[in-house]
Write a new protein. Structure first.
Length: 93
């Protein structure tokens, strides 16, 4: 029997060179602030994270991990392999 942790998303990376800022109000008297830019990136990262979860990326990762571990153990000669995914309760900060 093998117990594995569930898949998690640890980081979402946005290529900042691919980001374009379009703001009609941007001019010499109302420039976009770095804090506005950072807030937009943080919001977009969370949107991307939620979209990935909705599309099943964590389920796919769990399935692929199970398949890889099971295949490895079968190659080593193990039979009747049972794999469970741990339920992880996050710590409160």
């Amino acid at each position: 029997h093998v117990s594995m942790p569930r898949a998690q998303i640890f980081d979402v990376v946005i290529d900042e060179n691919s980001v374009k800022v379009y703001d009609e109000s941007e001019n010499a008297f109302n420039p976009i602030k770095i804090s506005d830019y950072n807030k937009a990136l943080i919001g977009e990262k969370e949107t991307m994270r939620q979209d990935a979860i909705r599309q099943g990326v964590l389920n796919d990762a769990n399935s692929q991990a199970e398949l890889a571990v099971k295949s490895l153990l079968q190659e080593m000669g193990f039979k009747n392999i049972q794999i469970t995914l741990e339920v992880v309760i996050p710590e409160l900060h």
